[in-house]
Design a protein. Sequence first.
Length: 329
Amino acid sequence: MSKIHAVITGVGGYVPDYILNNQELSTMMDTSDEWIRTRVGIEERRILKEKNTGASFLAAKAIDDLFSKTKESPENIELVICATTTSDHIFPSCAAMTAERTGIKNALAFDIQVACSGFISGLEIAAAYIESGKYKKVLVIGAEKMSAIIDYTDRTTAPLFGDGAGVVLLEATTGELGIMDSLIHTDGSGGKHLRIKSGGSAYPATAETVEKREHYIYQEGQHVFKHAVSNMSEVSVAIMKKNNLTKDNVAWLIPHQANLRIIDAVAKRTGIEYEKIIINIDRYGNTSAASIPLCLWEAESKFKKGDNIILTAFGAGFTWGAVYLKWGY
Ligand code: UT7
C-alpha cells in the first residue's frame, strides 16, 4: 500500500485594513522610517482596530477566503489546529471560537502555542494525523493579533510586529506530494530572552503587573537575532541534506518574517538564490505564527505542482524548525 501524505490543497489569508506605517509610528515614539527600514526591513504593518475582536476574527476571515476559493464545505473539516500566541481568551481556544465563526461543527479543534514556530509545528501535527489515517481534511491556521501584546511606548519592540492570519487546507493523498519531512526543535533555556512575563498562572494579572508593563512582549533583540540566524540556517540545511535537496532543486524558501537581515542571512547560508525567497515583512512586519501562511497565501500563484518548498521558523521558547513539502497543485 502506498504511503499517505498530507498535501496542501488550498490557502486563505486575511490582513486588517488599517495600515500603520513607519511615519505614523515615528510620531508615537522615538524612532524613524530610516532606522526601521534599514535595521528590520519593515515599511508598514496591519493593525486590527475593531473593538473587542481578537485572533479568531482574523482566523475566520482567512478561512472564509479559503472556503470561497476551494468551495470546501465546513461540515467536511475534521480537525482545526490554530497556532497562536494571541488567542482571544485564555480559554476557550481560538480554534473553537474560529470553528464557531465559520460553521465548522464536526471537528476536533485546538490551539497550539509554539510562538513564531507555531504554523510549521501545526503542519507537523496535522501531517501525523493524516498519515495515520485518522483524518482526511484538516485546517492549520496561523492567526495573530500582535498589536494586543505590544507596548507602544517601547521602540525596541513596537515597530516589529503586525496582525494577520493565514490558513491551509490539508488533505490525504497517496501521491508523492505534500509534507515530506519536518524537523522541529525546542530549547527552553531561551525562554527568558523573549517572553511575556505576566498574565499566566505564575504571575497572574495584578495592578502591579499592569503598572510594570509586564503584559507586553519583552525581547533581547540581539541575542534572539543570533539564535534565529544560526538555528533557521542549520535546520534548513539539515532538512535539505536529509532529503537530497540542493539549492538548485529547491524552488522556494519561505522563512519566518522577523527581520529582513535574518532572512538575508538564512538565504546566504542555505545558498538558495534570493529570487526564490518569499518575503512579506516589508508590508506586514512580524506576524508571528501567521507569517509563513501569509507568505503561502500571497505567493500561491507562483507555485507549481511538485515544487520543492522549504519553510523555516524561529521563535520564543526557543522553538525552531523546518518543513519540506512538495506543492500539490
Ligand atoms: O519572531 C521571533 C523572533 N524574533 C526575532 O527574530 C527578532 C530578532 N532581533 C532583531 O530582529 C533585532 O535585534 C532588532 C530589530 C530587535 C533590533 O535590531 P538591532 O540591530 O539588534 O538593534 P540593537 O538592539 O542592537 O540596537 C541598536 C541601537 C540602540 O541604540 P544605541 O544603544 O546603539 O545607542 C537602540 O537603542 O538602535 C536603537 N534602537 C532604535 N533606534 C531607533 C532600538 N530600537 C530602535 C528604534 N528606532 N525602533
